[in-house]
Write a protein that binds this ligand. Structure first.
Ligand code: ADQ
Length: 501
């Protein structure tokens, strides 16, 4: 007997990583470890509700393909707790191939290229071959999961229900090609969709990739293709027209390939807004400073996030406006990321040296300008940092959307709201217009905006923050999920879109 679900078919979510990782305990058994972000929080309940599946890499090499995935611990309160082991399909790849796929092609080629930094990208036949191989392994898993879902639906007499395959992100741009071919050959009914979490570059950048046609065709294997903002959709349509000769309709965001019409849609992702708002209301004060204003930065340590420019702008602020010395600090939290990749190791070195130099230059016996946390912190602590900061700097050089900007907004207490400084090169920059927008490459202007942010009168801060909060609350991650699922026809269109609370 299946539970009544809002969904008219199961959803098969496919992402590079599963929504939790597996760790092997000393006694050799496996245990789940949570790594839930906003996406997992939003999507997991839907997969559970529709009795769907989640396919991805579990972060560990299993003893065999059949090794049993453990159920969650009884005390697990995370969003993945209700995800049963038969709703999870772990993908296994030989470590050497996975390294070429992940560190080589995904992080070494597509990440910089899609963030319009082609000079940082490396191109190699070998790593692209690994990329194709891994995408094929994922495609096989998708097909197995699809066959299981269809057998279950047929048993329930739901012959008209077509499962939704929902592929996420740049690691899996080719998987849809194989799935579509086999599904058509075998007459497996399904809908296919794709969501890209990072930017899609212009044709001038995309054409640098030697096998750009295969990537475009791979994505077009889906029926609905989602990006965060219109600009990325238009870049994608442009590439399809110019490289593949597709007919495209830019006003209705449609693309035709081999007689099929593919819908391209901008679907700006949101955050679990009420969760962050509540967390920040309850989180204890973690920073002792009373008379000092905190300028906050929170990022993965990634060259796209613009950390170096940001620290330089802060240094310039102290030079130009020495009245801020001993009156403010920069609190930069950086999560270690892709530490196996050379570019990321070099960035860590650069940051360590830069921060050391600035602290050496400006520190007083009881004050240092920069406090630098290199590590992960809990969401509760993060929400207190957001709440207690006077200014947040979200200034990537390029970013698909950027969730930190949204989390900062959700955590503001309107009795003393902070100021958001935002880069126009983040997807969020085009929508959160009430922020102070700054070009992170212009260090001088950046320092001036920081000065302005630190001095902004209460009324202006309040007005800006009220608008920002209203939008982010309405367009939270549940809204994003519901919009996506109804666009692809898996949720009825009359579904209530009101954000979760
Ligand atoms: P990311 O590049 O990972 O995501 P982002 O959107 O900024 O970037 O999200 C980072 C997340 O990590 C936030 O939820 C933040 O709270 C968390 N985080 C950051 N620093 C942390 C720390 N030190 N400790 C704990 N948590 C920390 C990709 C794209 C983005 C896009 C998202 C979602 O690159 O552009 O917004 O996917 O689609």
């Amino acid at each position: 007997m299946t539970m009544k679900s809002r969904f008219n078919a199961p959803i098969i979510v496919v992402s590079n990583r599963l929504p939790f990782i597996l760790v092997r305990k000393e006694d050799g058994t496996l245990e789940r470890k949570q790594c839930a972000g906003g996406l997992v929080t939003a999507v997991c309940p839907s997969v559970i509700e529709c009795n769907g599946k989640w396919i991805g890499w579990p972060g560990i090499q299993l003893k065999s393909e059949d090794e049993v995935i453990p159920e969650s611990n009884p005390d697990d309160k995370s969003p993945t707790a209700g995800l049963l082991s038969n709703q999870v399909e772990p993908v296994q790849v030989e470590p050497k191939i996975f390294d070429k796929f992940y560190n080589g092609c995904c992080n070494g080629t597509f990440w910089p290229l899609f963030h319009s930094m082609p000079d940082r990208a490396t191109f190699s036949n070998e790593t692209y071959e690994a990329y194709k191989q891994v995408n094929d392994i994922f495609a096989e898993k998708i097909l197995t999961a699809l066959r299981k879902c269809l057998a279950q639906l047929d048993e329930e007499g739901r012959m008209d229900a077509a499962p939704l395959i929902w592929i996420h992100d740049y690691q899996l741009m080719l998987a849809a090609t194989t799935v579509r071919r086999v599904a058509e050959d075998e007459g497996l009914r399904c809908k296919m969709s794709f969501f890209m979490h990072i930017p899609f570059p212009s044709w001038d950048i995309m054409r640098i990739f030697p096998w750009d046609d295969e990537i475009l065709e791979g994505i077009l294997g889906c029926d609905l293709v989602g990006f965060h903002i219109d600009d990325y959709c238009l870049n994608f349509l442009d590439c399809c027209q110019r490289r593949l000769g597709c007919r495209v309709d830019r006003s209705r965001f449609l693309c035709e390939l081999d007689g099929r019409t593919i819908h391209v849609k901008s679907l700006p992702i949101g955050i679990p807004y009420s969760q962050f708002a509540e967390m920040s209301r309850n989180a204890p004060k973690v920073l002792k400073e009373k008379e000092q204003q905190i300028i906050l930065g929170v990022d993965r340590l990634d060259y796209t996030k613009g950390l170096v420019n940001r620290v330089k702008a802060f240094e310039r602020l102290l030079e130009k406006h020495p009245e801020h010395i001993e009156k403010c600090i920069l609190l930069q939290v950086a999560v270690p990321s892709r530490t196996d990749v050379k570019e990321y190791q070099a960035l860590k070195e650069e940051m360590d040296q830069l921060i050391g130099r600035i602290n050496g230059r400006f520190s007083k016996p009881n004050w240092s300008p920069i406090r630098y946390i290199y590590g992960c912190i809990s969401q509760e602590q993060l929400s207190a940092f957001y709440r207690d900061s006077a200014v947040a700097m979200v200034t990537p050089l390029r970013d698909g959307m950027n969730l930190v900007a949204k989390e900062f907004v959700a955590c503001q207490d309107l009795s003393d709201p902070g100021v958001l400084i935002l880069s126009p090169f983040a997807g969020a920059g085009g929508m959160m217009q009430e922020a102070l927008i700054v070009n992170p490459y212009e260090i001088e202007e950046f320092a001036d905006k920081l000065h302005r942010g630190l001095q902004m009168p209460f009324d202006e801060r309040l007005l800006r923050m009220k608008h920002l909060q209203r939008r982010e609350q309405a367009m939270d991650v549940t809204f994003w999920l519901n919009t996506f699922l109804s666009a692809v026809g898996i949720l009825p269109c009359d579904v209530n879109y009101s954000p979760s609370n």
